[in-house]
Design a protein around this ligand. Sequence first.
Ligand code: FES
Length: 238
Amino acid sequence: MERRDFIGLCASSCAASGLGFSVEALASAEVRPRAYERTLLTDSTGRPLLAKQLAVGENYVFHYPFEATPCFLLNLGKPTPQNVALKTRDGGTYQWPGGVGPQRAIVAYSAICSHQLTYPTRQISFISYRERSTAPQGGRLNMIHCCSEHSEYDPAAGAMVMGGPAPQPLSAILLDYDAATGQLHATGTLGGEMFNQFFSKFEMRLALEHGGSKARQRVGNRATVSPLAQFCKQQVKC
Ligand code: FES
């Protein structure tokens, strides 16, 4: 059950039981991190991917926490701010902790646009990180940009919405960096997840691509990271 559904259920239950909670009070509640599998990020050969292997500004893709839910992994090349205050579309509040790695410059986000769920497939990607966009309104530098309706997210600020119709930041993927080995693990999410809507909207396509219900399976303890240019045949640059 996602947070929006949970709030709706709570509101109904409270009203029915005569409790004095308001929907507004519930909606402004703190969003807690959600733990999933602790998943080692690997390269295409199965070896642990080391933070130092990530090229600055390159789009990398892996799937987490489900087999069919893509995420971006980025090395922004300089330290990000820490504890950035963000809100979900429901008004839930949370603090994105910041990047990880030797420079605190490595970040990860769900690659499912929070507007209409555009996401990178093996055939085409309308959403990616770019140092400069050529969007009609000019675009901003160093943003994750969705070409569908030109939503922009700042990856150095928890994927805060900087432009376009997106109603909330991309859900952050929580990373654990081991300074001794240089390895990276994904451990959970923070922010407004879109997974239920994603599975509902693309049910047929995902079943064909992944086979039956495999799309909804949780990834195991390893996930392969690929450059977006290798993962997908065509990147739409807008
Ligand atoms: S789906 Fe991304 S901006 Fe509309």
